[in-house]
Write a protein that binds this ligand. Structure first.
Ligand SMILES: CC(=O)Oc1ccc2c(C)cc(=O)oc2c1
Length: 284
């Protein structure tokens, strides 16, 4: 496996690094960033929090803006932040070049529709290929948690609900909670999955959560700002609350007064999320 190191910088006694590698899932070069806490310098293996970013983001937004490294260093958690879509020559984009589909907007699913199905296989990349690569090449264990923001919050919840054996816990900031019932989700699912809505349902966190079996329940924390301009039309956290009630799922959903959709919000609560995941990562 050719893993090319693009950058390396010391931070809070640990290391932030960026890598590029050819992906067998997305058939293009993919970039990701990893924060390795100081414990790894002495040979210790640490658990990993996977962070899925939102629309328009790359591996860089979370790493540069969330302010997560001090607490990750203290707790001994590695953080992996992948890109939000395949990229490069020959990767299809939104026909109108808009920000909510195509490049930077992979929605963490496996596309079935041409021309997107050739590269937009982000579900396989995030669930299988990337953890295997990370666990084979870095001082980390196979104990994982997953979190994300907005489109990435949808990705984190959906992936954890579909793969409960792979994650100790899940969290999200401002997730697109019920994509089959909002404009961003309907556009993306139509483009990537086609008109058959039975396939859409397999990627909708609220529907998955409503049908979650007792043995598949995992601790889940969601933070949502009540001053988020996307709250009513796109995010719909009330769908998650109703679904959790139906399946008796252990969801903590916190409405945070005055916060919007930005990284100012994420950076205000990221330490809470790291401490939340640490409880479960450390005991597994
Ligand atoms: C860096 C940053 O602000 O990221 C950002 C801004 C806006 C959005 C929107 C509107 C949706 C989403 O999924 O992610 C996202 C991320």
């Amino acid at each position: 496996m050719s893993l090319e190191c693009l950058s390396s910088a010391k931070s809070f006694d640990g290391w932030h690094k960026q890598y590029s590698h050819p992906s067998t899932s997305t058939h293009c070069n993919m970039r990701f960033a990893i924060y390795l806490p100081p414990q790894t310098a002495t040979g210790e293996k640490v658990p990993v929090l996977y962070w899925l970013s939102g629309l328009t983001c790359t591996d860089e937004n979370f790493m540069q803006k969330a302010g997560a490294f001090a607490e990750a260093a203290r707790l001994g958690i590695a953080i992996v932040a992948p890109d939000t879509s395949p990229r490069g020559e020959g990767v299809a984009d939104d026909p109108e070049g808009r920000y909510d589909f195509g490049l930077g907007a992979g929605f963490y699913l496996n596309a079935t529709q041409a021309p997107y199905n050739e590269h937009y296989q982000m579900y396989d990349y995030i669930v299988h290929e990337l953890p295997k690569l990370v666990e084979e090449n870095f001082p980390v264990t196979s104990t994982r948690a997953i979190s994300g923001h907005s489109m990435g919050g949808h990705g984190a919840l959906m992936i954890a609900l579909k793969n409960p054996e792979r994650y100790t816990s899940v969290s999200a900031f401002s997730p697109i909670a019920n994509p089959i019932n909002c404009p961003w989700g309907q556009k993306a699912f139509t483009g990537y999955l086609g008109a058959d809505q039975s396939l859409w349902r397999e990627y909708d966190s609220s529907l998955l959560l409503a049908d979650c079996k007792p043995e598949d329940r995992r601790p889940a924390l969601v933070d949502q700002g009540d001053a988020d301009s996307f709250l009513t039309e796109q995010l719909k956290p009330e769908a998650l609350t109703a679904a959790a009630k139906k399946s008796d799922f252990p969801l903590t959903l916190r409405m945070q007064s005055g916060y919007d959709h930005s990284y100012f919000f994420i950076s205000s609560f990221i330490d809470d999320h790291l401490r939340f995941h640490h409880q479960y990562l450390a005991s597994s």
